[in-house]
Design a protein around this ligand. Structure first.
Ligand SMILES: Nc1ncnc2c1ncn2[C@@H]1O[C@H](COP(=O)(O)OP(=O)(O)OP(=O)(O)O)[C@@H](O)[C@H]1O
Length: 360
């Protein structure tokens, strides 16, 4: 028999001043997995987390841990008995306690057992040599590592993390994210991480819960959210977008790049064809003759280079299109910096674009 999910959240609702801030939120997280609540500021992520932690209370809905009810609207296990660890950006270490004392803070058991757990965890977050230091003598990244060790020390069944890395600079953040992930997997903790950064969610999550205006609008593996977004806003969360507009006629939509299949939409529906910049294919002008497209590429369209920028891993080229003067953005791996004013042709890979009814 498969075990119940480590964390199971069912139909949570929370209102403030008559406004639904958390609106019928349901999801589950198996042991050893990381779920990311991803969404813009104010969409209800932290409120969801606070309800699970037990520091706020839902108006409706139930939460289970390993199949056991921890709260509904009448029954409520207090926060300290939920086996939930917390790690927030500003969840500071106790300044008057050493690193070892901070990590040992929530531990019970014999002195030697506690010491063994503290030493082991500090080694695994690469902080063993700072065991007797005090927080003020540590860098931000080091403090964050100790905070992680402290949160995991009592072996919580669930770890709730609210933007835990946002105080750190970018390079350090990636390192600490990776180390954190490795440790969480070893410990088998179920993690719910709140973030507004798609990059962080993609890097950390087994499962992303995309939240908007209090609701989960899409959930799935990072790959699925990126490659099969439910709507234009979900697609826009993960990268810049190019948009072509058109109207459906006989399951097709005609554009300057040829016909696109738009099945299932009635004739006359206005649609947006959404293309990520890396899915535009660039070709040379060849004295106005342009490329020889494959069937997948559709019709090429000509434009003029407006701007080329080198971004590190890729180059971003902006084109003003001959057909209506609109701007399309293409990214190309490595260095590709055509000169402004140069004519080039663009094609769109039919298998990599998304079609949505146009927003009202
Ligand atoms: N105690 C409260 N009383 C009234 N309104 C609240 C309360 N807590 C949260 N809100 C409101 O609920 C909405 C959601 O807040 P929440 O903190 O959950 O969002 P969030 O997605 O975590 O945003 P952020 O990333 O900015 O923290 C916000 O509009 C906020 O102002």
């Amino acid at each position: 028999m498969t075990p119940p999910p480590r964390l199971d959240v069912q139909n949570l609702h929370r209102q403030f001043g008559g406004r639904a801030v958390v609106d019928d939120v349901s999801f589950d997280v198996p042991a050893g997995q990381v779920a990311c609540l991803l969404g813009q500021s104010g969409c209800g992520k932290s409120t969801t987390l606070r309800i699970i932690a037990g520091v706020d209370m839902q108006d409706q809905g139930r939460i289970f841990v390993d199949g056991n009810l921890i709260c509904d609207t009448v029954f409520r296990i207090p926060p300290e008995r939920r086996s939930v660890g917390l790690m927030f950006q500003d969840f500071a270490l106790f300044p008057h306690l050493s690193v070892a004392e901070n990590v040992a803070f929530g531990l019970t058991g014999s002195r030697s057992d506690k010491r063994a757990r503290v030493v082991d965890l500090l080694d695994r977050v690469h902080m063993g040599r700072h065991i007797d230091s005090y927080p003020h003598a540590l860098s931000g990244g080091e403090q964050q590592r100790v905070a992680l060790a402290r949160a995991l020390a009592p072996r919580p069944r669930i770890l709730l993390m609210d933007e835990p890395f946002s105080g750190l600079d970018e390079r350090l953040r990636d390192d600490i994210r990776d180390e954190t992930l490795a440790l969480l997997k070893e410990e088998g903790t179920a993690v719910l991480l709140v973030t507004h950064e798609p990059h962080e969610a993609m890097r950390m999550a087994d499962q992303i819960l995309l939240m908007r205006s209090g609701r989960i609008v899409q959930r799935g593996a990072p790959y699925n959210l990126y490659n099969a977004p439910v709507d234009r806003a979900a697609a826009a969360f993960f990268s810049d977008l190019n948009i072509l507009r058109g109207r459906v006629r006989g399951a097709l939509t005609d554009t300057p790049f040829g016909d696109f299949l738009t099945p299932g939409l009635p004739d006359g529906t206005e649609v947006e064809i959404v293309i990520r910049p890396q899915h535009l294919k660039i070709d040379f002008d060849r004295a106005g003759r342009g490329p020889n497209p494959t069937a997948q590429d559709g019709t090429p369209a000509r434009g003029t280079v407006m701007r080329s920028r080198f971004m590190g891993r890729e180059s971003l080229v902006e084109f003003r299109m001959d057909y209506d003067g609109s701007i399309l953005k293409a990214t190309v791996p490595n260095v590709f910096m055509p000169k402004p004013g140069m004519a080039m042709w663009l094609m769109i890979r039919r298998d990599r674009c998304f079609v949505f009814p146009a927003r009202a």
